[in-house]
Design a protein around this ligand. Structure first.
Ligand SMILES: Cc1cc2nc3c(=O)[nH]c(=O)nc-3n(C[C@H](O)[C@H](O)[C@H](O)COP(=O)(O)O)c2cc1C
Length: 225
């Protein structure tokens, strides 16, 4: 799971601000000339018995070695929104103003802020993304900005309708979603609590991560402004 707490990066303060603060601290160098970059794999469902942890672990299995070999300095970290116990949005001030009063919001902001890019792992619920994922996105604003994202969907039809809705939501918080997505069928690709993906889906996952990695690098000047 991702790093939280006082040792983490910027945590929003309670001082009112009309301009959301941006992350400016220097990135740790992975090696000379290569900045480290963390891609957060956000698990989009929270119900007991959910399948998103298995799908997230599968992505790490397929993608971690690929990133290590092809994109030095890039790493994947699971971020489980269930760990943050976010109630339905309970901040009185809109996230765009960057003033967070609740401890759970600050913990969540710290975890998202620590990421340079994302992969969202989401099932389809009633033709859309789960309310828990939408709620988690709504909590924050500047922490999402100028970061690339890949999408992994699952459902009867591979979660494609959830992915389409998620793309619309991400645009509003200035996340740049990449074209290639992974879609997993409940009947053909999920087995028990894990994934039994076919070879073309593993290839699709690597291609999606390549796009996330290249856009993460390309957007770095915007994030460090
Ligand atoms: C509330 C709810 C609504 C669902 N609606 C859809 C749907 O519209 N389309 C679909 O393909 N699957 C639908 N499903 C099936 C889920 O995609 C499937 O159960 C999946 O495993 C849920 O993800 P989770 O196990 O991580 O919670 C729905 C499941 C739930 C719980």
């Amino acid at each position: 799971m991702t790093a939280n707490g006082p040792a983490g990066p910027r945590v929003k303060g309670t001082t009112p601000s009309t301009t959301p603060p941006r992350r400016k601290e220097a990135k740790r160098a992975a090696s000379p000339g290569i900045a480290a970059a963390r891609i957060g794999v956000v698990l989009g469902s929270t119900r007991p018995g959910r399948r998103s942890p298995g799908v997230g672990r599968w992505l790490l299995d397929v993608g971690s070695a690929h990133l290590r070999d092809s994109w030095p300095g890039m790493s994947l970290d699971l971020i489980d929104i269930a760990d943050f116990e976010l109630p339905l949005l309970d901040e009185s001030v809109p996230a765009a103003l960057g003033t967070y009063a609740r401890p759970h919001t600050r913990r969540w902001a710290s975890a998202v802020d620590a990421c340079d890019g994302f992969v969202f792992v989401t099932p389809e619920y009633n033709r859309s993304l789960p309310a828990a994922l939408k709620n988690a996105i709504d909590y924050l604003f500047a922490e999402w900005h100028d970061k690339a994202a890949g999408l992994v969907g699952y459902g009867v039809l591979g979660g494609v309708r959830a992915l389409d809705h998620l793309r619309q939501v991400l645009a509003e918080v200035k996340v740049a979603d990449v074209r290639t997505a992974v879609t997993l069928s409940l009947s053909d690709d999920l087995a028990g609590s894990g994934v039994a993906a076919r070879p073309h889906q593993c290839e699709q996952a690597r291609r999606m991560l390549d796009e996330v990695a290249s856009w993460t690098r390309a957007l770095e000047p915007l994030r460090s402004r």
